[in-house]
Structures are given as structure tokens and as C-alpha cells.
Ligand binder design. Structure first.
Ligand code: GGG
Length: 362
């Protein structure tokens, strides 16, 4: 469906995907429509049914051969979630969709804010808003997410399975530069690097080496590094220590679930898969997946999707609209009656989305 609004409209490719993606994306669009009417910006939403397991079952692939031509001309991609393991193995659905987008559109930054919002109960004792407010900057196109490897002697007792981690100088340096530049724009000017260079003895010492080289270019920024295991413990015990946390693909993925869990729920966590040079469209999605266990019940938390819309607005050069959406999210999260089940409430996905619109228009 194509909605023509105007020549200046931001062209958004909308892909709901699987499971609760189909429930939370409409709430994100509801909020985008509302903020457009307040701010005088406009959107053209083009909906696509690929990058979903339903599409795979019909076509034998997650996406059509010309998917890049279909969505590559858009200003951004607004994505829900992917995965329905009952019908398609998770590695097939992920590698056939999200990982294609990230690689082919060179979305090498996965930016994941972690923030304790007013009124949201943190599972950590004695934490208040302001104590937890940092970014996880996840490398998004290489690292442990590599398809280099294989299996020999399958189904025998000599079976061997190998998968390589890939780190390139360009790939490591550009994500580190993004993290240091981000820290430079923030008050605390602090970068924390996740590593595991005692156990992973080739790629991780290389990562550390590049961190040191980058830190030397930013003398005003405090830089420290932790092994991923103790860093995970510090996320729980000292989340106030962090400002910008930069990590490889896998470590960043894990930390950016753990961080939001410390702020009450992963259901509110947003992500921007960003091509900073804007040569390709960037993709905005909640951190959470398709959640088959609650899909179809209308109880998923739409805030992660709505906050992702705010990240997208910022990326599209609509900072006022982004700020209004964030304010509305904060106002709604502070009201227990609009909280979804993951936050201990009884509100539906739609109740929560509509409450954000009401707060936005108030
Ligand atoms: N909305 C995010 C989503 O669907 N995630 C599915 C998933 O498993 N992602 C793994 C990853 O981001 O690497």
C-alpha cells in the first residue's frame, strides 16, 4: 500500500516481519502519523511483506531477489521483528533478512540506548532515572557474526564444526570512531570497550590494540576496557558507570539485551542500524525479537518500536519530532495504567500505543 502525501515526505519502507512485529509496528506508525500532524513533517509508508517467515513459507526464501531495488531508494526502513522457529530455523530467518539488510546497506553501527525512565521500576535496587543512561554501540557487519566456517564428517563421531570471527581494520576502526565521536558529544566523555582478550587470543587483542590507537586520538575522552564477563556483572551492579559502551557484534548484542533488562524490560529498548554516511537507508527496530510465546495476544510492549521511531526521526533530521515522541514515551511509562504485562501492568499493545499518541497531542 502506498500513501502519497507530498514531495517532501520521508519515504519509509515498513516491514513488520514476524510475531509481535506485526502488533508493535502499527503502534509505531500510529505515533509517526500523530507526530507528523504536530510537526508539519510527512511520511510515505510503503509496506512490504518480505523478511518474514510467512513469506519464506510461500516463496522458499526470506526475500525476493530484487529486494534491494524495492527498498534501497527509501529514506529509512521501519522494521518489527523476525523469527518464527516453529516453521523456519532461526539462523535461516535472521541470515535471510536482518543480516542481509545490515551488510548490504552497510549499516555498520547498531546504536542501542539504555535509559531508566521515570516511573519504570528497575529490577536493580535503589536506582532512579538519571542513574542509568548510556549507549551500547554494537559493531553490526562483522565480528562473530560470520558465515565463514563449515562442518566436516557430519553425523559421525569425527564431526568437526568451525566458524571464524572476522575483524577488519576498516570495520573495527569505523565502529570505534563512531563510539568516540558519540562520547565526545556527551557530558561524561567516557568510552568503555568490551573485550575478552585473555581467552580469545587473536581477534580480541587486535580489538584492544585498535581501541588504544583510537583513544590516543581523543585525549579528552576517558577510555577503559573490561572483559565481557565482568562487564556483564558491572552492568547489573554499577550501571551508572557507563556512558558509551562499544562492543563487537555478539558482545554488543548480549549487552544490549542485558542493559534494558536492568531498566525494567527489554520491551522498551530501541535500536538504529545505521549507515552513518547515508549511502544506504538505515533501519530502525526494537531490540526485542518476535516473541512467539506472546504473539497474537495483543499484549506486547510497543514502546521499543515507538522509541525506534524516535531514533528514526532524529536520523531523518526531525529532532523536534523525535524529542516530542520521547517526551510522550516518558509521560506514558510514568502512568501504571498504560503499562503492558512485561512491566507488571495490564494495558494492551494498542492501549499503550494510543496513550503515547494522546500524550503527544496533549
Ligand atoms: N527486532 C529485532 C529482531 O527481530 N531480532 C531478532 C534477532 O534474533 N536478532 C539478532 C540480532 O540482532 O543479531
Amino acid at each position: 500500500m502506498t500513501k502519497m502525501i507530498g514531495d517532501n515526505a520521508h519515504r519509509i519502507a515498513v516491514i513488520a516481519g514476524d510475531g509481535i512485529g506485526k502488533e508493535v509496528v502499527p503502534e509505531g506508525l500510529r505515533v509517526l502519523e500523530a507526530v507528523a500532524s504536530r510537526c508539519g513533517c510527512s511520511f510515505r509508508f510503503d509496506h512490504f511483506d518480505f523478511a518474514s517467515c510467512d513469506y519464506y513459507l510461500q516463496h522458499g526464501a526470506m526475500m525476493p531477489a530484487d529486494w534491494k531495488a524495492q527498498i534501497g531508494g527509501h529514506d529509512a526502513i521501519f522494521f518489527g521483528a523476525v523469527g518464527w522457529p516453529a516453521t523456519v530455523p532461526d539462523h535461516v530467518s535472521l541470515w535471510g533478512s536482518l543480516i542481509q539488510f545490515r551488510r548490504e546497506f552497510d549499516q555498520y553501527v547498531n546504536l542501542r540506548p539504555v535509559k531508566l525512565m521515570p516511573g519504570v521500576p528497575s529490577p536493580l535496587a535503589n536506582r532512579k532515572p538519571g542513574d542509568i543512561d548510556f549507549y551500547v554501540v554494537r559493531e553490526n557487519t562483522e565480528g562473530e557474526y560470520s558465515s565463514i566456517g563449515g562442518r566436516i564428517f557430519p553425523d559421525t563421531d569425527r564431526e568437526v564444526v568451525v566458524q571464524e570471527t572476522v575483524m577488519t581494520r576498516i570495520g573495527v576502526d569505523r565502529i570505534l570512531k563512531y563510539a568516540f565521536d558519540l562520547a565526545q558529544r556527551r557530558d561524561r566523555k567516557h568510552v568503555t570497550s568490551a573485550t575478552k582478550s585473555n581467552g580469545i587470543s587473536i581477534t580480541m587483542p587486535y580489538w584492544d590494540e585498535r581501541v588504544e590507537a583510537m583513544a590516543a586520538l581523543y585525549p579528552e575522552i576517558r577510555c577503559d576496557k573490561y572483559h565481557i564477563d565482568i562487564l556483564a556483572a558491572h552492568f547489573v551492579q554499577h550501571p551508572d558507570w557507563f556512558d558509551v559502551v562499544v562492543a563487537s557484534n555478539l558482545f554488543g548484542d548480549i549487552l544490549s539485551d542485558l542493559g534494558p533488562a536492568c531498566t525494567g524490560t527489554i520491551g522498551i529498548a530501541p535500536a538504529g542500524n545505521i549507515n552513518p554516511e547515508r549511502r544506504f537507508p538505515s533501519l530502525f527496530e526494537p531490540v526485542h525479537g518476535s516473541a512467539p510465546d506472546i504473539a497474537g495476544q495483543g499484549i506486547a510492549n510497543p514502546i521499543g518500536q515507538i522509541w525506534s521511531a524516535a531514533l528514526m526521526l532524529d536520523h531523518l533530521g526531525e529532532p523536534r519530532a523525535a524529542a516530542l515522541v520521547l517526551d510522550a514515551i516518558e509521560a506514558v511509562l510514568a502512568r501504571p495504567e498504560y503499562r503492558t504485562r512485561d512491566l507488571g501492568g495490564t494495558a494492551s499493545t494498542e492501549d499503550c500505543g494510543k496513550a503515547v499518541v494522546d500524550a503527544l497531542m496533549a
